[in-house]
Design a protein around this ligand. Sequence first.
Ligand code: MTE
Ligand code: MO
Length: 336
Amino acid sequence: MLINVPPRSACTPSEITPENIYLSRRQFMGAASAAVTATMLPGWALADGSVYSDVEPGKAPDWFAEKQSAIHWKAVDVKGESITPFKDATQYNNFYEFGPDKGDPYANAEQMVIEPWTVKVDGEVGKPGTYSLEDIIRPQQLEERIYRLRCVEAWSMVIPWLGIPLADVIKQFQPTANAKYVRFETLNDPQHMPGQRSSFSLLDWPYREGLRMDEAMHPLAILAVGMYGRVLPNQNGAPIRLVVPWKYGFKSIKSIVRISLVSDQPQTTWQSMAPNEYGFYANVNPQVDHPRWSQAKERRLPSGLFSPNIKETQMFNGYAEEVAGLYAGMDLRTQY
Ligand SMILES: Nc1nc2c(c(=O)[nH]1)N[C@H]1C(S)=C(S)[C@@H](COP(=O)(O)O)O[C@H]1N2
Ligand SMILES: [Mo]
């Protein structure tokens, strides 16, 4: 299996070109392009959050600020594809705890209380316990992973996440030989999550997701704590969320409060609600349609009504070279 993740040393400060430093943020903002231009700026330039243009700065907690100067930028890139503007990535969301409409998370997620934050770790692990977010992040280096995000609803974005490999975090908990799957749970807080109070919601809470152990240990799977060079906005799953770029977006569970290592395949939220429509694996696959729509193409945001940006969907969302080996011998039509 070819793993396309460059070593941590692959991107050094010497690669920061004078042009990148020279061009001010304002000049980039003036560029007549819908694309946000990524620049590689040294740590000191982060003071105003200007790694990307048009980013609303977030108030970084100490554990995040401590890591900022040593971020390994562009640990994974998407070559020629444009990064989705910050505004689209943070105002067009799925986070049903805050409501069913795409603008609801942006409007409502500010209510979520993210400090202090703990993650309960249990099940088949040598080191169960309730860990503070700081405890989980402190031993790790933050990496930037620029990934495609493909929603099962057939829209997609390209998002520069900041995070840590899930595998490194799982190893800290010392999984036992019986650990075959990882189960994740989102915060349950109806008082601050209006979608959880709604009697119209078809989902049962807390939101749950899961991965097979080898998927969870794959180097492309990360826990994100930031995006666009800043701390994660609440509507994107602050303070810590999963990102599994080769699977449909619903697998990438937000605002995680519990990680359980288990021996049996866990029940997941969307699969429990409509098992004929949403499977446990949910690998992006242009050949296996959703029962109600085709998955062959996708709408890459921003995509206007009069200038739709339609792309062919790629097998495993473009990460086949890295992950296809995980599914060797499986029938992806029945194991969707
Ligand atoms: N807890 C929780 N996690 C969630 C969701 C949700 O409703 N609740 N929606 C999922 C879906 S369907 C998608 S497409 C992605 C969207 O991530 P984004 O809003 O950061 O782009 O989050 C996923 N994670
Ligand atoms: Mo989604």
